[in-house]
Design a protein around this ligand. Structure first.
Ligand SMILES: [Fe+2]
Length: 379
């Protein structure tokens, strides 16, 4: 498994980003879940993640248990409390299973903390060094929207499996990986009229730049609307689109999320594959449920997006969406929510030159979500 510990030579692709941190990539995403053991089994079985590391009673963790799974460069940490009255338990009670922390890979966790806090970030974890026989890591963290946090992870002096405090998790159950490679972007849903506040936070506090902006005219159907701006760090490895609800005839999907998540949070994690047809075929066969689009979406698809390398037949059968921009095209599909509340879901994306986010699919996608909202009685 390729877990590099030295920072790569990273090219700045968005010169407008101040990028003072800088960020090397997503280190891991930590979800607080009600049953970490079963969640790990689900991500292995359904999504093809591999067992990586474990922390719990047997490793001296008295309050919580975590399983770490990995596929490509994507690492998920699944954490549950071991007793009542914990902040983890409260997070699960308030939000359901969801993303607590996005851990960002940096060269200097202390500097990342100082630079962001100096610019107005609220501290979450003061810089701390953790050691074991494989070396040392440094960690710090800041609070962002709602109860979500960003962590800064420095691991240049560490050769262990994951982080100090974790042991390697060897399992006899190892379903094959399904081609998920890296985190492409993570979307944040924030409250009414809060998008610009968070856009400013990313620019001022994190040194990000704005890539694109969509208003309620771009992202609306007959019934619902939302607004979105996409923020990126300088090398383009960390992209956070920020959504806020907009007025429509019926309840926006962002508003539904805010109701059920009980505040702002991460709405979806987009993961990249190099072969979306193979990946989605395998995910579906392992029980992952996706949003479907009507057959009419495909009738004039090639007129809209031009020639594509893939056969249209499997694209249509699987329900994959296609969109084109000036630089190429992309293929994408969205899972249904992966927990009881209609909150967090995954996007599977394959980029073939396109650097955008599927603007041409917004209407079809949001109508698909509305059909689900209708079934839930939350439209
Ligand atoms: Fe997305």
């Amino acid at each position: 498994m390729d877990v590099s510990v030295t920072s790569p030579d990273i090219e700045k692709v968005f010169p407008d980003a101040e990028d003072f941190l800088p960020l090397n990539g997503t280190d891991y995403i930590e979800l607080y879940v009600s049953n970490s053991k079963q969640a790990a089994h689900f991500y292995k079985t359904a999504f093809g993640f591999q067992s990586l590391a474990y922390a719990g009673l047997s490793t001296g963790s008295k309050d919580c248990e975590s399983y770490v799974v990995q596929q490509g460069k994507i690492r998920l940490v699944l954490t549950s409390p071991l007793k009542p009255g914990t902040l983890i338990g409260k997070h699960i009670d308030d939000h359901g299973d969801g993303v607590k922390s996005v851990a960002l890979w940096v060269d200097d966790a202390e500097k990342s903390f100082q630079e962001t806090v100096k610019r107005g970030a609220i501290p979450y974890i003061e810089p701390v060094t953790q050691k074991d026989e494989f070396g040392e890591t440094k960690k710090s963290g800041i609070k962002v929207f709602g109860d979500t946090t960003y962590l800064f992870i420095e691991r240049k002096n560490y050769q262990g499996t994951f982080l100090p405090g974790f042991v390697k998790w060897d399992s006899n159950y190892n379903p094959s990986p399904l081609g998920l490679e890296y985190v492409d972007h993570m979307v944040c849903n924030v409250g009414w009229n809060e998008m610009n506040k968070w856009v400013e936070f990313y620019a001022k506090v994190m040194g990000f730049t704005q890539l694109v902006s969509f208003d309620d005219k771009d992202i609306s159907t007959e019934y619902t609307a939302l607004m979105s701006k996409v923020m990126s760090n300088g090398n383009g490895r960390i992209k956070f689109p920020v959504n806020e609800p907009a007025e429509g005839k019926k309840k926006s999907q962002v508003e539904e999320y805010l109701d059920f998540y009980h505040g702002p949070g991460i709405q979806h994690i987009a993961v990249a594959t190099n072969n979306i047809i193979e990946t989605v075929t395998a995910l579906q066969s392992r029980g992952v449920e996706f949003l479907s689009v009507p057959a009419s979406y495909y009738e004039d698809l090639l007129d809209r997006v031009g020639e594509i390398d893939e056969d249209l037949k499997p694209i249509k059968e699987l329900g994959i969406l296609v969109d084109r921009d000036d630089e190429g095209y992309l293929l994408q599909i969205f899972t249904k929510p992966i927990e009881p509340r209609p909150t967090l879901f995954f996007e599977i994306i394959q980029r073939k030159g396109a650097k955008s986010f599927g603007k041409g699919n917004f209407k079809a996608l949001f109508e698909a979500i509305e059909r689900e909202q209708e079934l839930r009685g939350t439209l």
